[in-house]
Design a protein around this ligand. Sequence first.
Ligand code: FAD
Length: 383
Amino acid sequence: MDLALSKEQEAVRKLAEDFVAREVAPHVVAWDRAENVDRSIVGKLGELGFLGLTVPEEYGGSGGDHLSYCLVTEELGRGDSSVRGIVSVSLGLVAKTIASWGSEEQKRQWLPRLTSGEAIGCFGLTEPGTGSDAGNLATRAVRDGGDYVVNGTKMFITNGTWADVVLLFARTNDSPGHRGVSAFLVPADTPGLTRRTIHGKLGLRGQATAELVLEDVRIPASCLLGPEGKGFSIAMSALAKGRMSVAAGCVGIAQAALDAAVRYAGEREQFGKPIARHQLVQELLSDIAVDVDAARLLTWRVADLIDRGQDFATAASKAKLYASEAAVRCANNALQVFGGYGYIDEYPVGKLLRDARVMTLYEGTSQIQKLIIGRALTGVSAF
Ligand code: FAD
């Protein structure tokens, strides 16, 4: 694998870095305190093409490579994980899944709007009673003539309050486990679909996380995405690529923690010298730096495998597992470097730690990633 970035990759990374400095960084603390990222950020992300990276050009995307997608995701994650999550979900989980599984009509209906930022997507898999065990979901879609009628509740849905389209997973027959699950594209303004913003999150506070309630939601059969009964495979293939995006966002958090800690260690003086000159502070900084490099290399490895058309699912689980745990460690170590100042939100590291924490939980907890890796090693499922 060639680790040198091409001119185009460096240009897209710089574009994202400048975007964050201009449009995100000045607002991060206010958005976090208000529990609300300004929604106009979606259009701005779309204008620069960040919501269409890796989507084919004929549907409004830029058809770019996955390493470029990682670079942009890392820069956004370095700026604000709430903003990064908008892209990872609307592009990574929704638009990419439509591009892979959608009919021509579905692609034409949704992709140009999603890639431009005119519309936003959310991914509705988790329910109050099923998180890790997603294949046992209880939301039902019952066929009624040319329609399906959907009933159920979805929990913790990123972009849920803002979304124009819900990629929804529902049970279409009573087979146990994942076999009876199907995927649907449900316009969010369909009568019977209501949403409630979930407040009080530890991190990602700016993000529009919602509970979605579906009561007799009637959708035409043309909303079915991919074959009936294939929904669980569709969800798992979306999440495998999604894990690369989460990992890249975690690299961004870890890098932001390193940058902030090195800067602060050079400025803050104790015992008559900058704390950077105390060996135990250097240990904290070097631990962060090694984690950043290791997480980034594992993540780029996934992008390289995808771009070569090779199997990447286990590598994505390894990258997501390592990078998410590393992001928590790095932010925690950076907070230690900041001492008491790290504990207040005028300094960036407390938010990095709060945002990092959820990365070990969503898109498969760390335990679930270990079970995926263990299954690949042994051939035995221990779920
Ligand atoms: P549980 O599955 O109940 O797990 C609880 C604990 O048990 C965990 O430690 C877990 O690792 C452990 N555990 C469970 N099963 C096993 C096992 N077999 N072996 C060992 N340990 C096990 N979901 C979506 O569908 N779309 C979204 O956009 C989305 N966004 C989210 C945003 C946020 C901020 C949060 C917090 C969650 C989001 N989720 C989303 C949901 C997320 O994916 C789930 O929270 C996650 O899958 C874990 O499910 P759970 O919370 O029900 O925990």
